[in-house]
Design a protein around this ligand. Sequence first.
Ligand code: TYC
Length: 120
Amino acid sequence: MNIQSRIYASSKSQNINPGHDEQIFIDLLFENQQKTKKPSRYKVLMLNDDYTPMDFVVHILQQLFDKPTEEAIKIMMNVHNNGIGVCGVYTYEIAETKVAQVINIARQQQHPLQCMLERE
Ligand code: TYC
């Protein structure tokens, strides 16, 4: 529930009708809340394939996603076993950049590794 409806519900339950000044205050709170909405976040997903070497995937996770070795191995094995897995969650611009970087580095090395983003 947003702030405006929370104040509205609370004033109803207490039988209060907001006056003109209170209504302006509620509207300002609402307007401010709209402006400060958190940006959506996007998951960077990695897909399994039969050809990309495991150590290459681990290396990508360490270098591009700042994962410590153990976590990088876990993520890689999760993708290997389940077909898909999350490498990290970012704002749209950062997620998009990571996807492009993964695909570029993989193509340079002639690996078919695939990566995509999905809104959280
Ligand atoms: N399945 C690959 C192999 O056995 C390893 C791999 C893991 C490939 C994760 C892609 O996103 C991937 N060499």
